[in-house]
Write a protein that binds this ligand. Structure first.
Ligand code: GRF
Length: 191
């Protein structure tokens, strides 16, 4: 397996920024929309591709979008795909080529609070602690085998923003550490 890493972003890109700051070797950054994450990658001089998603309706051509991303990953000979705040779900096609080699990080202790509003949902549920989960991506959202989790306390007065930022502080360290362990062979991916 190639050890070339691609990072996929859609938003703020603070996890990507931490990876760049720590000199993680990144061969490609893919974004599904213009965003700060893409700008950070460009400023760092990394190869970037914007596979722009303009359709957020039910008729979105997920198959076509996934095919374009798979094409870019293959062209760059990517071995490990790291989703870092990437917000488009893929069709089955990507798992045929990269299954078991796509990491995702989710800001909750899965299987609790799946989906796009995990921090908000945890706050609304009144839990005393939440956290972050690094897992292998599978077709079903936020459901793949869990590799690592870390707890984060919910504090009195937390808002979605303050809690998410505290979770991200943990994520920036844990994701880097986990990716490095995978690349060095210290952590074997299941399957
Ligand atoms: C992280 O909290 C991650 O768990 C979730 O999206 C967020 C990405 O943050 N999937 P950023 O865009 O890297 O700042």
């Amino acid at each position: 397996m190639s050890t070339k890493v691609a990072v996929l972003v859609s938003g703020t890109g603070s996890l990507l920024e931490a990876m760049i700051g720590d000199d993680l070797p990144i061969a490609l950054v893919i974004s599904d929309r213009p965003c700060r994450g893409l700008e950070i990658a460009r400023s760092a001089g990394l190869p970037t591709v914007l596979v722009e998603r303009t359709d957020f309706s039910k008729s979105f051509d997920r198959e076509g979008f996934t095919g374009q991303v798979v094409g870019e990953l293959k062209k760059a000979d990517i071995g490990l795909v790291v989703c870092a705040g990437f917000m488009t779900l893929f069709s089955r096609q990507i798992f045929e080529s990269f299954g078991g080699r796509i990491l995702n990080i989710h800001p909750a202790l899965l299987p609790n609070f799946k989906g796009a509003h995990a921090v908000r949902d945890a706050l609304a549920a009144g839990v005393k602690e939440t956290g972050t989960t690094i897992h292998l991506m599978v077709l079903s959202e936020d459901s793949g085998p869990i590799l690592v989790q870390e707890k984060v306390p919910v504090l009195a007065g937390d808002t979605e923003e303050t809690l998410h930022e505290r979770i991200k502080q943990v994520e920036r360290k844990l994701y880097l550490q986990t990716i490095r362990r995978i690349l060095s062979g210290d952590l074997q991916l299941p399957g």
